[in-house]
Design a protein around this ligand. Structure first.
Ligand code: 5AD
Ligand code: SF4
Length: 469
């Protein structure tokens, strides 16, 4: 058995069955209450966390809770946290702090701290010492155990700290409470093996574990049957998906075979694993959206090497040239980090050069943030905050110019879009996405939500398009 197959350990059916029994028990108790108990789930960070929150909500609903969006009403208030950058962490801690007031008003409220920060020992310690109103902490790998942990926290009336003692496993069949009716997340794998030097994800989400192709196909079929039109396959690095004989390109081909009018999206891709075979599959599968989010992180080869990214600027640009060769209208978006420790002005100029050459539709720019435990945290962060800010602005300005130019190409065109929600805008009351994932503010009736429509694009800005249905 290969190492990868070896690590694809499923949570044992008996353990899951035990959680289901606990959910039944909690529900029976909930049903004896005069008013249904309320649960609030606040989510930070990436789509993976959104997907995890949907599972927490699913389990809460199974346990007889109603979902509330008001933390003041909540019997259980969950903060599903993100550890990716320090400012995300500070925001989380600020909001956890604010829950002291709701807890004071309702001393029976259970405040829960979970997600990626709950797998960072320094953060857990901070919560333990200084945020005494938090009653339950568990890391992402223990989501499947939430019913048991919740029950213990409710009956033992003491603080419960579940630590990250084992490698996370795959838990199938957890109930899911999805927010919308048009777009759905579908997790295909957990964890990450790449150890990019700046990134905390491998430490908080463990090694890569892929779900089985059968389980993914079953979930995809049920989503299509429920009417979802936009399905995003999620993983930290979907291109290293390993479902037995199947790689990611194969998986796309199989999901594409499911009957129905729907779109398949995926994120995130690592350039080193985005293969010719992937782009070929994308071009041959009519349901796979013409979009790839392909973070490049830096344009300079020395910095890329320090980051442990596994490619050079030239190799990255070659990859996107191949993508455009197979799929001429592909939308390419990316992430970049400015101010990696030791990055010089000239090295930063290589990043500007890459952005100029790549011509992304959109790009997310991040200031380097030191994360405890990562390899880069040992390096002296010698780029000043001011310098980082100057570089950040240069990149944002350049990308805005490119995005606007790219968006202008849509003006006057009629494009097929999926209307995925309503907006609070009298002139453009609908939100839609192009096949390539660009946001379109749209005129039209609310009844169009959930439908593919032809939109005539009238104008744009650097972030979105405006059109008439
Ligand atoms: N500092 C700044 N940005 C980071 N990212 C990941 N780790 C860090 C860090 N330590 C960015 C990367 C990644 C995106 C999700 O967050 O660009 O692609
Ligand atoms: Fe998502 Fe990464 Fe934040 Fe975890 S640390 S929630 S994986 S963005």
């Amino acid at each position: 058995m290969s190492k990868r197959e070896d690590s694809n350990v499923q949570v044992h059916e008996n353990d899951l069955q035990q959680q289901r029994l606990i959910m039944d028990r909690v529900r029976e108790v909930s049903e004896t209450r005069q008013e249904k108990p309320q649960a609030y789930v606040d989510t930070y960070g990436c789509q993976q966390n959104e997907a995890d929150s949907e599972k927490l909500r699913g389990m809460l609903v199974e346990m007889g809770y109603d979902i509330t969006y008001d933390e003041n009403e909540a019997d259980v208030a969950i903060v599903n946290t993100c550890a990716i950058r320090e400012n995300a962490e500070n925001r989380v801690l600020g909001n956890i702090g604010a829950l002291t007031h709701t807890k004071k008003a309702n001393p029976n409220q259970l405040v829960v701290f979970c997600g990626c920060l709950a797998a960072v020992p320094e953060s857990v310690e901070k919560i333990e010492q200084s945020y005494k109103h938090v009653g339950l902490i568990f890391p992402p790998s223990k989501i499947w155990k939430f019913p048991e942990l919740l029950l213990r926290a409710l009956i033992e009336k003491k603080r419960i700290f579940e630590s990250d003692s084992d490698e996370g496993m795959i838990a199938e069949g957890l109930p899911t409470h999805r927010d919308g009716t048009v777009k759905a997340w579908l997790t295909i794998m957990n964890g990450c093996n790449n150890f990019c030097s700046y990134c905390i994800v491998p430490y908080v989400r463990g090694r890569e574990r892929s779900r089985s192709v059968d389980a993914i196909l079953e979930e995809a079929c049920s989503l299509v049957a429920l009417g979802y039109k936009d399905i995003t396959l999620l993983g930290q690095n979907v291109n290293s998906f390993a479902g037995g004989e199947n790689d990611f390109a194969n998986l796309l081909r199989q999901i594409n075979e499911i009957e129905g009018d729907f779109l398949i999206r995926f994120m995130t891709s690592h350039p080193k694993d985005a293969s010719r075979e992937l782009f070929k599959a994308m071009s041959e599968c009519e349901k796979v959206a013409h979009h790839i989010h392909l973070p490049f992180q830096a344009g300079n080869d020395r910095i890329l090497k320090l980051m442990n990214r596994g490619y050079t600027q030239e190799e990255y640009l070659e990859k996107i040239a191949i993508a455009r060769e197979f799929i001429p209208d592909i939308v390419i978006t990316s992430d970049v980090i400015v101010g990696y420790p030791g990055e010089t002005e000239e090295e930063f100029n290589d990043t500007l050069e890459l952005v100029e050459k790549a011509q992304f539709e959109a790009m997310f720019t991040f200031l380097y943030s030191k994360r405890p435990g990562t390899a880069a945290a040992k390096l002296h962060d010698d780029v000043s905050r001011e310098e980082k800010q100057v570089r950040f602005q240069k990149l944002v300005d350049l990308q805005n110019e490119i995005s606007e130019r790219k968006h202008e190409e849509y003006i006057g065109e009629v494009v097929r879009v999926l209307v995925d929600g309503e907006a609070k805008d009298a002139e453009y009351p609908l939100k839609a996405r192009t096949n390539g994932g660009r946001l379109v503010h749209l005129t039209g009736e609310p009844s169009l939500v959930g439908n593919f429509v032809e939109a005539k694009i009238s104008h744009c800005n650097n972030w979105s398009l405006f059109g008439d249905s």
